[in-house]
Ligand binder design. Structure first.
Ligand code: SF4
Ligand code: SF4
Length: 161
């Protein structure tokens, strides 16, 4: 079992400095490969139901098609959800915290998750060099992102002050 450190909020400034360091020193493709390896290393064992920070802090975001699919699959009233639970923003339906998160941290709609839930925290995607600000912001929320950045600091011999 891989050891996973708890998020230390005091490293946030350091993480923003590390972002600048990576922008200056990292190669795009190498960094993508390193992110992907570390993403797989941590998510292989990590049980997200023990965390659910992203569902609580960032909530859910889905497009109209995804919303309709979820409502159809789970026999939910789409108009009621739109009127009473969700906010619409640039064609996306959002709610924070996520209304589909159960008290026991299970997800009510885990059989048809919107893409944003499936993809979060995006650390296995391409072009991470250009998304480092989002990644550093996510290091406040997601313990896996936090641990990936801690490992990358070792890989790059980043000097912590
Ligand atoms: S739908 Fe499920 S995975 Fe997505 S934010 Fe809500 S509780 Fe989390
Ligand atoms: S914040 Fe990260 S570790 Fe926690 S539930 Fe979300 S993806 Fe999983």
């Amino acid at each position: 079992m891989i050891e996973i450190k708890e998020i230390n909020g005091e490293t946030l400034d350091e993480n923003y400095r590390f972002r600048v360091f990576l922008k200056m020193h990292a190669d795009e493709k190498t960094l993508d490969r390193q992110f992907k390896q570390l993403h797989n290393k941590y998510f292989k064992d990590f049980d997200c139901t023990k965390c659910r920070n992203c569902c609580k802090v960032l909530g859910i975001s889905m497009n109209e098609d995804e919303l309709n699919t979820i409502c159809k699959q789970y026999h939910l009233d789409v108009h009621k959800l739109k009127n009473e639970v969700l906010n619409e923003k640039y064609g996306e339906y959002v709610a924070r915290p996520c209304p589909f998160l159960n008290k026991d941290n299970s997800c009510k709609i885990d059989e048809c998750l919107p893409k944003s839930c499936q993809d979060y925290p995006y650390t296995n995607k391409k072009e991470r060099l250009f998304s480092l600000l989002t990644i550093v912001n996510n290091s406040k929320i997601c313990p896996v992102v936090y641990n990936i950045l801690e490992d990358l600091k070792e890989v790059y011999n980043f000097r912590r002050r």
